[in-house]
Design a protein around this ligand. Structure first.
Ligand SMILES: Cc1cc2nc3c(=O)[nH]c(=O)nc-3n(C[C@H](O)[C@H](O)[C@H](O)COP(=O)(O)OP(=O)(O)OC[C@H]3O[C@@H](n4cnc5c(N)ncnc54)[C@H](O)[C@@H]3O)c2cc1C
Length: 511
């Protein structure tokens, strides 16, 4: 079949959502399953332009754009559904849409100056432009608040930004970037607050120079690299925070984190479908893999991930509107981001185990999924750090109500009150309110999973299949139980930094 035979007319953004999603799904499926030049797309860097054109012909990003600017209105359930449809075919493509939506279009919708919004949204709808976000710097990733990119303002209002940014998704490819920077005072010192500026790569003054492209381990479709920022942008390009810039940044990042399940959803469903199909078809020792008990256990866990992620999509759809300020929603955003990204990575590893040697290829969905899903545990807040923050936020609430018993507290807490019923014994203990960091991280993992169970119970109440709900709750309950056992074990092994002397096994061999 030739490429031209499946190119079709653009569909408008005003059709009903199911028609829109089906058209997008269809384009995605054709683009990613056509034979010929396309089947190796996952092992090549970038994306063939005609493929991007084809996917963009449906204007999937219109779901993130307000109706008055020609979009579908920014309804979160539509955004989640489009991310999910994309990630069934390609996690990298879904992340590309997610970057555009959560890290550029939603911040612009909420905080952009009216004077610039119309023209930018028009370029996304009409010219299929792309946007990204630059926060991270080589010396400041997790420690983003200490970033060194600075800005000053000239008398005519123009802002001058200078610094180095790296790892921004769509480096060298996006037409727009939001760039984070700190104000430089007259004495050269940088202010504590963070501001964001829209830079238009089509304007020479605003063009950010790529110094180096990185050989990213996975997500080949998305270019990453190091950028030299020395740009001048008009006054109207600064985002307008409601209070401080840091609160605006938290609102943006929490909304982005809470929207991860959209990307997880299609990805996890694809892994589940691939695993079921493989295990039915692959015969080992005269019977299909699916007849083996350990295999069934793995499949049940993949299915639990599918169900939990569905529950998160439901929650996100009803809570992440740009009308809500999510700056104070650290707990739900961090719990959802950490747990769904762990589920994604674990599911990919499990599929690779089940597919054996066949799966250990970059152009096989199992191998590719392992490398593509791994950075989700790192970007937008490293999971280790977010798990710690989940615990700190719960411990702070416990202190404020003077409650030390974890189960008593969680039974009364909105995000956990029904899930707590599953842990009447397991979580019935007093928490030390000054825990070492590793224990905070372990406790955060437990709490994140209890929150996920709460969302799953809610999904069940809405009418989702009860067999999937009860399987999912069982899997999570067992997981939490074993994590609590580890958490309550007080051994704190420390690293021996100077370990080399006396530690060569060869010296102790008796021959
Ligand atoms: C594929 C990919 C896409 C990305 N996309 C973007 C993007 O679009 N825009 C953007 O601005 N940035 C992006 N990033 C950057 C990403 O947000 C940073 O890599 C991340 O914030 C971690 O920062 P770092 O790499 O400097 O690591 P570091 O800050 O050095 O942290 C490395 C590790 O150290 C440990 N650690 C750090 N701090 C603590 C602590 N307080 N306690 C205990 N352990 C700690 C954690 O294990 C952490 O994972 C992306 C990165 C990747 C890999």
């Amino acid at each position: 079949m030739s490429i031209a035979s499946y190119l079709s007319e653009d569909i408008g953004t005003s059709v009903d959502f199911e028609t829109f999603r089906d058209a997008f799904r269809d384009k995605m499926h054709k683009a990613f399953t056509m034979r010929g030049d396309f089947d190796k797309v996952s092992t090549q860097r970038g994306i063939p332009p005609f493929m991007m054109r084809e996917i963009q012909s449906v204007t999937p990003l219109s779901v993130f754009i307000p109706e008055e600017y020609g979009g579908r209105g920014g309804h979160v359930h539509e955004c989640q559904a489009i991310l999910a449809a994309a990630s069934y075919e390609s996690l990298a493509l879904s992340l590309t849409l997610g970057i555009n939506g959560a890290l550029f279009l939603q911040p612009l919708t909420k905080y952009g100056n009216e004077a610039i919004k119309g023209a930018i949204f028009e370029r996304f709808v009409e010219e299929k432009n792309l946007g990204g976000l630059m926060i991270t710097e080589p010396d400041y990733g997790t420690d983003a608040l200490n970033m060194q990119t600075s800005y000053t303002q000239a008398e005519d209002g123009t802002y001058h930004l200078q610094g180095t940014k790296h790892w921004a998704g769509l480096t060298g490819w996006a037409d727009f970037f939001l760039v984070a920077a700190r104000r430089q005072g007259a004495n050269g010192d940088l202010g504590r607050d963070i501001d964001f500026f829209v830079a238009d790569m089509n304007r020479p003054d605003q063009m950010i120079e790529v110094e180096e492209f990185y050989e990213n381990l996975g997500l080949y479709m998305i270019p990453y690299g190091r950028n030299h920022v020395d740009i001048k942008v008009p006054e109207a390009h600064r985002l307008q925070p409601e209070s401080t810039g840091i609160k605006m940044m938290l609102d943006i990042l929490h909304r982005s984190r809470i929207e991860f399940p959209g990307m997880g959803m299609g990805f996890l469903q694809r892994i589940l479908d691939e695993a079921l199909e493989h295990c039915r078809e692959r015969f080992v020792g005269g019977k299909p893999l699916i007849k083996y008990d350990q295999v069934r256990r793995r499949l049940a866990h993949l299915q639990a991930a599918y169900t939990a992620c569905s529950a998160m999509c439901l929650h996100t759809s009803e809570h992440a509107s740009t009308d809500n300020n999510l700056a104070g929603e650290a707990l739900s955003a961090n719990a959802i981001k950490t747990v769904v990204t762990d589920l994604m990575q674990n599911a990919a590893q499990s599929l690779l185990q089940l597919t054996g040697g066949t799966g250990y290829r970059l152009d096989h969905v199992a191998g590719r999924s392992v490398v593509d899903s791994r950075p989700f545990q790192i970007f937008e807040g490293s999971n280790d750090v977010l798990y710690q923050q989940i615990s700190e936020s719960i411990l702070k609430s416990m202190r404020s109500v003077k409650e030390k018993n974890l189960h008593t507290f969680l039974s009364d807490y909105e995000m956990t009150h029904r899930a707590a019923d599953y842990f009447e014994d397991t979580l019935d203990f007093e928490v030390d309110l000054s825990l070492p960091q590793r224990k905070l991280v372990e406790l955060g993992r437990i709490l994140g999973r209890v929150v996920s169970m709460e969302l799953t119970i809610e999904l069940g109440d809405r009418g989702f299949r009860s067999d999937l709900i009860s399987n999912c709750l069982q899997v999570f309950q067992k997981d939490v139980d074993s994590r609590v056992t580890a958490y309550r074990n007080h051994e704190l092994t420390d690293v021996v930094e100077d370990y080399v002397e006396g530690s060569a096994w060869f010296d102790y061999v008796k021959v």
